[in-house]
Design a protein around this ligand. Sequence first.
Ligand SMILES: [Zn+2]
Length: 56
Amino acid sequence: MGVMGTEERRSDEPEPIEGCATCEELAAKRAATPDPSKRTDFNVLIRRHPEHGPSS
Ligand SMILES: [Zn+2]
């Protein structure tokens, strides 16, 4: 049971960028997906969505 951190599972799920249809669609699909590993895939896609990229 090597759980790192405390209870940060939920905060591991990124919010979709407001106004970005792609992110919102990904978030909707994520919400409809019960499989945690597939949810992780959507989380990665939302984080890496290139149209807004890393804000600096
Ligand atoms: Zn996006």
